[in-house]
Write a protein that binds this ligand. Structure first.
Ligand SMILES: Nc1ncnc2c1ncn2[C@@H]1O[C@H](COP(=O)(O)OP(=O)(O)OP(=O)(O)O)[C@@H](O)[C@H]1O
Ligand SMILES: [Mg+2]
Length: 728
């Protein structure tokens, strides 16, 4: 390459990065710390291969872990080379879904298969084990998903996961039922492609011929099944390039194996390892804070990371009295107008509420990333269940969700009869079973099932004959769902949120072609959360970003505020276990390294979560920060008065040991065993916590906030609410 010929994207790289881009050998591992340009190397490498090495863009596959990261990568590549848009850049799951869809027949799947999320999987297990409660089955659903992360089938040795004798049996029947229906769960999206490539050499050869280059970002978060998929996909002539940072491995709880990165050179002999040692993202002080924190972990590969920016301002630490003060403090920082460049990070989704309340009141625009994902919301799942059932009438999970919602007088026994009949006499077709309800059920149940069948038939006609958005709109009213939400929600805000969500869904449908094919594509995009719905993309709209620490992976912001720096929250409760503590510390490392110029750390002395108010101890991580990069700020007046001459941190450390207590309203005499803070379980709603209790007309009424984000009121006496332990 002559000098004038160097493309701009290559010129913008340092030597090690250039070496990585230019390297043409069969396998390459880039092992480097945060902000060292790993993702930039991947995108530049793709551009270079198309632009200079003449690779067909269709022969390149790039895989990453979040939809947002995949979207950004697509944009960057398309901006660098005109043909970049043709490169397949997907998440592992979305790639797996694409592969399953193309080979549905070989995999024995319904070509219109539905993708079950964790909640759907639990519903399926529940349908199989009628006598058991959802709560009892939840651990099994979790185990099944872990098994799939480790590429274990029901017939494999499962003892490493659990010695529970019921587990293999349940996994077996779950798997059998899922296969009968022709649907898949999230784990299958990785596992089935592995089986396909292993079982059908001719298919594997075709893939080997197609993908000449495979690149994986964030490889430290891959699990065993994903490792197998990569290995099967890579043919003898495929170039494989993976990039990662062991210090940023934060998905161990989902089966991620840092081992994958360490053993990569063994799996792909002759691997070249390149290290990138310059950080281009953060100022010196921020980087120093990150490095010292993570140096407390024992299990590390160890890397060098040198700042390229100046020292920058100090990391600011601020101690607030409670979460409302914490939100006010953030609002104060935001008054400088830099909303788009600021992210507020928290460990758990539940913490976003205080910020939302405060920002709404003050008119500060914000966007919540990765809270309850759009497709997980009740009304969206209901609407999608209608469509999924239409697409695949064997889909028992969708059927159970929607057949008696709104109520059509079909009780749970009738539903069971319909499913049983469908399985035995209608080759699984549950709508066909409804059509024969007259012979099966009596009275209300029969009428209801007949009605449901008629509604579904009509919706089917609409989908065939009108455009998708219109069909969906009419399906919502025909099915009675619109009315159902309208009448059930006493709360206007919740109602308007639901109808807003449904409108968004209808609007999204308008972007798809009409007919069954459009429906298929629409459902898949939603299931994989790939759509642009629900404000998923923080760069889309204006406002400060509210985001969980996990979701910040790969992102960067000028100013980062890490909130809730308190024991029990961050690190969380499991921190007695050394491995878990190290994982939490990596999460802290990821969070710190998102910041370009400014980093704030906040915590509260008192916090109310799920209705329970507790005194808090400062996070032990604060003590791991180098003192010289920290500047301690006063909290609000009430605090500085109390703190006297002590610095914020010292004050906090001293006063925090005052102990913890629980405070809640006193206007109820007898909580009937459900005081605020009680963890509860409800068969229909799932797990939640009592957030408030009041007396109304002489009855105790408790408000429960469920993990799904829903809130509902109950008379505990009649509600079927169960108390559950914290250990659940
Ligand atoms: N050689 C370079 N010169 C200037 N800026 C660079 C260079 N390399 C990367 N950058 C910039 O540094 C920032 C971090 O890069 P990038 O996101 O690729 O890092 P990363 O290693 O993928 O980080 P993470 O580990 O957080 O995913 C980006 O803003 C990127 O544009
Ligand atoms: Mg990256």
């Amino acid at each position: 390459m002559s000098e004038g010929d160097v493309p701009a994207y290559l010129d913008a790289l340092n030597r090690a990065q250039q070496e990585a881009v230019l390297y043409e050998g069969p396998s390459l591992l880039i092992l480097a710390g945060a902000g060292s340009g790993k993702t930039r190397v991947i995108t530049s490498k793709i551009a270079y291969m198309i632009d200079r090495l003449g690779y067909d863009p269709y022969s390149i596959l790039a895989v990453t872990f979040t939809n947002k990261a995949a979207g950004e990568m697509r944009q960057r590549v398309a901006a660098m080379v005109p043909d970049g848009a043709k490169v397949m850049i997907r998440t592992f799951h979305s790639f797996g879904a694409w592969l399953c869809r193309r080979h549905a027949k070989l995999l024995d799947l319904d070509p219109n298969f539905t993708i079950y999320d964790d909640e759907d999987s639990l519903t399926l297990l529940h349908a199989l084990e009628e006598g058991k409660k959802r709560r009892e089955l939840a651990p099994y659903a979790h185990l099944i998903s872990r098994a799939k992360d480790y590429a274990l089938s029901p017939d494999d040795e499962l003892e490493s996961l659990s010695r529970d004798p019921d587990f293999p049996r349940l996994y077996h029947s779950y798997e059998e039922r899922l296969r009968e229906m022709g649907n898949v769960d999230f784990g299958d999206l990785i596992l089935l492609p592995v089986r396909l490539l292993q079982g059908f050499p001719e298919v594997r050869d075709r893939f080997h011929g197609r993908f000449r280059v495979i690149l994986v970002d964030e490889y430290q978060d891959s699990n065993v099944a994903q490792y197998h998929l990569l290995r099967e996909l890579a043919g003898p002539d495929t170039a494989v390039c993976v990039v990662g940072d062991d210090d940023q491995s934060i998905y161990r709880f989902r089966g991620a194996e840092v081992k994958n990165i360490v053993t990569f050179p063994d799996t792909f002999p002759g691997t070249k390892v390149i290290r990138l040692e310059e950080n281009y993202r953060s100022t010196g002080r921020i980087l120093q804070a990150a490095s010292e924190v993570v140096s407390n972990n024992r299990s590390r590969l160890g890397k060098t990371l040198r700042p390229t920016k100046g020292e920058g301002v100090k990391v600011r630490l601020c101690f607030l009295s409670d979460q409302n003060d914490e939100a006010e403090y953030c609002a104060g920082l935001l008054s400088d107008g830099n909303l788009n460049d600021t992210a507020i990070l928290y460990r758990t989704n539940a913490q976003s509420a205080a910020f939302e309340t405060c920002f709404l009141r003050r008119g500060i625009p914000y966007k919540v990333v990765g809270a309850l994902r759009f497709y997980e919301r009740e009304e969206i799942k209901d609407a999608l269940a209608l469509l999924a059932l239409l697409q695949n009438p064997k889909d028992e999970v969708a059927f159970r969700r929607i057949v008696n919602k709104p109520t059509r007088g079909i009780g749970s026994k009738s539903v069971a009869k319909l499913c049983d009949h469908g399985g035995r006499f209608c080759s699984g077709d549950l709508l066909a079973a409804c059509a024969q309800a007259d012979t099966l059920l009596s009275g209300k149940g029969a009428r209801g099932a007949g009605e449901f069948f008629a509604v579904m038939e009509e919706i089917g006609r609409l989908v065939e004959h009108s455009d998708l958005a219109q069909a969906l709109q009419e399906a919502l009213s025909l099915s009675g769902l619109l009315d159902y939400y309208y009448h059930r929600m006493q709360d206007e805000i919740a109602m308007s949120q639901k109808s807003e969500n449904l409108q968004q869904l209808v609007a999204a449908a308008a972007e798809y072609p009409s007919g069954r094919e459009g429906l298929s594509a629409f459902l898949e995009d939603l299931e994989l959360d790939r759509s642009r719905l629900g404000g998923q993309d923080p760069s889309d709209e204006n406002g400060v970003t509210l985001i969980t620490m996990h979701n910040t992976k790969g992102l960067e912001f000028d100013r980062v505020i890490i909130t809730g720096m308190e024991e029990g929250l961050f690190p969380g409760r499991g921190a007695d276990d050394e491995d878990e503590l190290e994982e939490e510390r990596r999460i802290f490392y990821v969070s710190i390294t998102r910041a370009r110029y400014e980093l704030y750390l906040t915590g509260c002395r008192r916090r109310t979560i799920w209705g329970r108010t507790e005194m808090r101890l400062p996070s032990r991580f604060l003590r791991e920060l180098p003192k010289e990069v920290i500047e301690e700020e006063r909290g609000f007046e009430n605090l500085s008065a109390a703190s006297g001459a002590l610095s914020t941190r010292d004050y906090w450390l001293e006063t925090a040991s005052f102990g913890s207590g629980t405070e809640h309203g006193e206007d109820v005499e007898d909580y009937q065993g459900f005081p605020p803070g009680t963890m509860v379980y409800h068969d229909d709603y799932g797990r939640g916590q009592v957030t408030a209790a009041v007396m109304r007309d002489g009855e105790l009424v408790v408000t429960v906030r469920f993990e799904t984000g829903r809130e509902a009121e109950f008379l505990p006496r009649y509600s079927g609410l169960e108390r559950i332990g914290d250990e659940w």
